[in-house]
Write a protein that binds this ligand. Structure first.
Ligand code: SF4
Ligand code: SF4
Length: 269
């Protein structure tokens, strides 16, 4: 059986997810030997752009050039995998999204600088531009979870990520819940997969694996409000890695009149 053609690309981000793959040192030869790696700029020099079976994308989309790249990539790629929280949800660079216009925020930082090479815009996840087949979140991704899913993908099996929030893994580690110590922990609304690394070191989860499936934001807000946190503190934490998924949920959450009252009260409080 011929090897699958695989490519690794980075968009806007720190490239930490691709670096996490390179850091799988004991398995690096296996990663390259098990597939026909046609493109991986950070790891090899003989790269080529052609039809391929799998493309792993690290980083979010922030320029028109990246959009164009993705639109050319999709038709020549059988399966696209969003790698890391930037590619899956927009990443840290999306945390100010929907707060006024991108142009105003850009001008605040860079002044009236014209775009000369590429046109930049608000950070968005890969699936805002092209269909994505699989998601492997994390900031950065977990090396073991990547290797497990890489092996599955090479056997043409779907990605298999944990479907429960960080709290479940935290319980398996027998940690004392940090919410009982009034710490602002995002474990209940954050996707699992990290083995609850932070709470296991007595640090609250900041949500780096992105939103859990069916995350109950209302309950998390109410719980944290009971612990004495105000709207601005909770929203800022959720925005850090929640990306466009949480920002869209905020819109839903704050639509109801009861929620609007709560928001006003929290802002006053
Ligand atoms: S410490 Fe955080 S992750 Fe652990 S059970 Fe409590 S809320 Fe969940
Ligand atoms: S506990 Fe939360 S912040 Fe820490 S690694 Fe896991 S998902 Fe990321």
């Amino acid at each position: 059986m011929s090897k699958l053609k695989v490519a690794f690309y980075n968009l806007s981000g720190c490239s930490g997810c691709l670096l996490s793959i390179i850091n799988c040192e004991d398995s690096l030869l296996d990663i390259f030997n098990a597939a026909n790696v046609v493109s991986f700029l950070m790891a090899q020099s003989n790269n080529r752009e052609e039809e391929q079976d799998l493309a792993f994308l690290d980083g979010s989309v922030t320029t028109d050039e990246q959009e164009e790249f993705l639109l050319h990539l999709r038709p020549r790629t059988k399966k696209v995998v969003a790698l890391g929280t930037c590619a899956c949800y927009g990443g840290v660079q999306a945390m100010e999204n929907a707060k006024g216009t991108f142009e105003r925020r850009f001008e605040k930082v860079y002044g009236k600088t014209p775009f000369t090479i590429v046109k930049a815009f608000e950070s968005k996840p890969v699936d805002a531009v092209i269909p994505v087949d699989y998601y492997i979140p994390g900031c950065p991704i977990d090396g073991d979870l990547f290797l497990y899913n890489y092996a599955r993908l090479l056997k043409e099996l779907p990605v298999d990520m944990p479907k429960t929030p960080v709290c479940r893994e935290c319980k398996w580690q027998e940690n004392e819940c940090l919410l009982l110590k009034n710490q602002l922990c995002l474990g209940p609304v954050t996707a699992g997969g990290c083995k609850a690394r932070c709470p296991s070191h007595n640090l609250p989860c900041i949500g780096c694996f992105g939103p859990a499936d069916e995350a109950n934001l209302t309950s998390e807000f109410n719980l944290l409000k009971e612990k004495g946190y105000n709207f601005a503190e909770i929203e800022r934490k959720l925005r850090l890695f929640g990306g466009t998924k949480f920002i869209n949920s905020f819109r839903e959450l704050w639509k109801s009149p009861a929620a609007k009252n709560q928001k006003t009260q929290l802002r006053k409080g």
